[in-house]
Design a protein around this ligand. Sequence first.
Ligand SMILES: C[S@@+](CC[C@H](N)C(=O)[O-])C[C@H]1O[C@@H](n2cnc3c(N)ncnc32)[C@H](O)[C@@H]1O
Length: 279
Amino acid sequence: MKFHAFSSAARYAWSANTIYDVHAPRAFSFLGEVVEDKRHFYAFDWIQELRDGYAADQSEITLSDFGAGSRAASAKTRKVSHIARMSGSPKRFGEYLYKTADWLKAKRIIELGSNLGIGTSYLAAALPSDGKLISIDADINMLIRAKAAVKSIAPEADAKLLLGTFVDQLQPALNELQTVDLAFIDGHHAEQATKDYFAQILKHCHANSVIILDDIHWSPGMEAAWEWVKAQPQVTCSIDLFRWGVVMLDPSIRIPQHLTIVPWLWKPWHMGFFSSRVG
Ligand SMILES: C[S@@+](CC[C@H](N)C(=O)[O-])C[C@H]1O[C@@H](n2cnc3c(N)ncnc32)[C@H](O)[C@@H]1O
């Protein structure tokens, strides 16, 4: 597993382009408004306080196992501080979550895997007053904490946290939302399960929907699922950010574009005269 992680990270870093190599308008807009955007929102400070609280929380939770979700799944109990560090969205990607929802003006959001509510809080904070967010997790200990987190960060948000497995709860959640503007698939990192959840969500998407898959390089199975996702005929643009795979369905993009992108500061030489544009 370690070798897999190292080799796929090396492949990603070697082959990745930056925003300066992209001129597909929608991908360029996403990269500009989300990945390269430097704005700071109040919610980020509140969520940092939430993180700090979790980091100091030495209480132990007995974990339930609902699928491939953790590399360190052998032990049954974990400290809250450990779970927040290992399973919650890290700061950079949490902020991307907020900015993606804000960029899309997303009103119908679904998250698979609430965990301690870190990612859910970013999504809830970005939700407009007429928006609705549903997040699902089968672990009651997580869900209790996630609910409290969302209530403290975004008390006004119409955020529903559903207890149950994705198999049981995803379809009822999709039926309730009817259409999905933004989906975040972040749990049960197994190949077939990921394909199934993606296909199920896709039926509720529209031309401007965005689907984000977390941990696409986590295992050979997740990489296979990501390749399958990219090959779906509705997928007209994909962006590999290593941790995330971002999927766009805009049918006006006639030739599918599959981009691998790092923040431009990681490859500053891609800026300016030397760039060869892709997409
Ligand atoms: C990586 S964490 C989610 C992190 C969170 N989205 C964030 O951004 O902070 C994955 C969560 O998915 C849940 N999970 C895994 N497999 C599941 C399944 N099959 N059904 C329901 N929940 C599941 C786990 O309990 C865990 O809390």
